[in-house]
Design a protein around this ligand. Structure first.
Ligand code: URA
Length: 212
């Protein structure tokens, strides 16, 4: 069974469609479409990112694959037993997620990595359907504030209900926790906002919660 995804020619966000059409013309060999979720339909853990990177997931077609943001994420998933195989930043690297899935708050690549509030709202139904399609879900890892806010709205909370704080674990429903981390972007790594040790602590909390 696969998780719910928008169709490759999703027309709902005119700015994102125009950006996608530009990249289709410039790089016809790239994926250049809404990036589907990746992972295990029996996932207990759902990782929610921001949006595909233009030369990462937008090029390869798999979330967090092909640019810096995936390096720390996939190595942590492997280290904590949420993935097996080797991460080689290509969709045919054979990596398999185990009890985990990865999706994005916005499925299409946005110019400058910045989706507008309207685009975030427009893309929310896929996160709603993705969460509904995961019957064993126990924890959501939000990479950054946009992912955190999108998850809260998806679950029907106002954004003010749970504040985004790196390292926080919010109980958002019976049996469902939301874990916050700064995004694993190159910018956050270069500025020291997110260190590997900080990310590891977040994964330690997830592993504890999920009995890994
Ligand atoms: N790649 C993704 O798929 N999502 C992000 O948030 C960053 C890079």
């Amino acid at each position: 069974m696969s998780l719910p995804d928008p169709r490759p020619d999703c027309p709902l966000c005119p700015r994102l469609k125009a950006f996608r059409d530009d990249w289709r013309a410039r790089e016809p060999g790239w994926f250049n479409a809404p990036v589907p979720s990746f992972g295990d339909p029996d996932a207990e853990l759902l990782v929610v990112g921001l949006a595909p990177g233009v030369r990462g997931a937008n090029r390869t077609g798999r979330p967090f694959t092909g640019d810096f943001a995936g390096e720390l994420l996939y190595s942590s998933l492997i280290e904590f037993g949420f993935a097996t195989g080797r991460f080689d930043a290509r969709i045919d690297d054979g990596l398999t997620l185990v009890g985990a899935a990865i999706t994005n708050a916005v499925r299409c690549v946005p110019p400058e990595n910045k989706p507008t509030p309207e685009e975030i709202n427009t893309c929310r139904p896929w996160l709603i359907d993705t969460i509904k399609a995961l019957p064993r879900l126990k924890a959501i890892l939000a990479l950054g504030k946009i992912a955190h806010d999108q998850t809260l709205r998806t679950l029907g909370f106002p954004m003010s209900r749970f504040k985004f704080v790196h390292g926080a674990i919010h109980t958002v429903a019976d049996g469902l926790t939301l874990h916050d981390t700064y995004h694993s972007s190159r910018y956050n790594a270069n500025t020291g906002r997110l260190t590997p040790a900080m990310f590891r602590d977040v994964f330690t909390g997830l592993a504890h919660r999920l009995g890994r």
